[in-house]
Design a protein around this ligand. Sequence first.
Ligand SMILES: [Zn+2]
Ligand SMILES: [Zn+2]
Length: 227
Amino acid sequence: MKIINDNTYGDYHIHSSTLSDGLNSIDEMVIQAGRLNYKEIAITDHNQEYLNTYNFKANTHYSIISSRRWKNIHNDVQVIFGVEADLLNENGDICDHIQNITPEFIILSAHQKMYSGDRRSIKNGYLNAINRYGSKIKILGHLCSQQFSDYLNEKDIIEIVSAAGRAGISLELNCANLVNDKTCMAHLKTLLSCCKSLYVNSDAHTLYEFINVRDKGFNYLKLNNFI
Ligand SMILES: [Zn+2]
Ligand SMILES: [Zn+2]
């Protein structure tokens, strides 16, 4: 298993208050990324359907970001702007835009409130989305979240991880979910046993998570001999 972003390289799943439900602004997260000596981060705020469902409003026009009017004035950290897209149903429909603009760095995740299909068919949802959009998806986010663990078995996890691998999509160890007890640990072990390419991401919604949870993720990987 290859880890794309080692402990000090960077974090590719971060939420901000500028664009979605993080508690800290893009600038605050970037300043903190500099303090962590990261080389690169991806701010991956939630997609538009997620914002609409939860009644969140972005604090700015996304075009200010996409037209590159925002620049990192704080440090040398490279900042990628991405999106946490949502799997919407078993056909593999997804929402991957923010204010009708689709960033290049896409994490695809499923959230209970956003998935309107038959939960028992969530495996097909993932497989269809990978088939339809695989070339533009970078990461499958928190596949082992407890939100859908009753509807997936270990064989399903292996099938989804294999399909993702063939499409060039990496998997994620979601460290906020790990620390906050939102992970199905059996599924996580299965995923880590068969995945070829892994991001270790915070999914930070707070500075505390941004600073602390990835270390706990790496500790888990070491303790269980995955690295
Ligand atoms: Zn969120
Ligand atoms: Zn998520």
